[in-house]
Design a protein around this ligand. Structure first.
Ligand SMILES: O=P(O)(O)OC[C@H]1O[C@H](OP(=O)(O)OP(=O)(O)O)[C@H](O)[C@@H]1O
Ligand SMILES: O=c1cc[nH]c(=O)[nH]1
Length: 165
């Protein structure tokens, strides 16, 4: 199987910084923000965005890990923050890859059980194969691929990359 690198470490860093600036621009009038990331890689990406946001803004940032069963996303979703902690919050939901949109839309549905003040989405790679009415407000890369191909993002301590196989 051939692995084609789509994004290298430096490119992922640049895209993370750009998304952090876009989030800051969108939420600059607010005091607090929740950055919620879908396990596993989406949560790592969310942590990286939050770290950049902390460098460039004075927003009070809370990080939330979101556990979703990706085969059955309608099953109950677990969050590391309690619902009271994101009620009426400004929230950005983060994942690494957006393909059919099923993971993202069911997770959005979960968060809509409580009122959210301003709600945005961010992904590193948008594959343009959506089956659901959902979009990424902030995206690192928009990529046209065949349905058979798979995009994987690998976050390692010193060397992160994304590849197509
Ligand atoms: O838009 P969708 O069609 O729902 O696909 C997107 C999801 O697929 C990936 O997870 P994957 O199923 O590869 O599991 P992983 O958590 O092991 O990466 C990716 O991390 C997204 O969460
Ligand atoms: O290509 C794909 C499809 C689903 N999930 C991924 O992470 N990559």
């Amino acid at each position: 199987m051939t692995h084609n690198i789509i994004l290298n470490n430096q490119e992922i860093q640049h895209k993370t910084k750009r998304i952090a600036y876009q989030i800051y621009e969108t939420f600059s009038n607010e005091d607090e923000i929740v950055i919620a990331g879908i396990s596993n890689s989406g949560f790592i990406f969310a942590q990286k965005i939050a770290a950049q946001l902390a460098l460039i803004s004075d927003l009070k940032i809370k990080i939330c890990e979101v556990e979703v069963n990706k085969q059955h996303p309608n099953l109950p979703i677990k969050t590391s923050l309690k619902p009271e902690e994101y009620t009426n919050a400004n929230l950005v939901l983060v994942d690494d890859v957006l393909k059919s949109g099923s993971t993202l839309i069911y997770t959005i549905k979960h968060f809509l059980d409580v009122p959210i003040k301003k709600f945005k989405t961010a992904v590193l790679i948008d594959r343009n194969h959506k089956n659901y009415p959902v979009k990424a407000d902030f995206k690192g890369l928009s990529l046209s691929t065949s349905l058979q191909e798979h995009v994987q993002v690998v976050f390692e301590e010193k060397d992160s990359y994304a590849y197509l196989s």
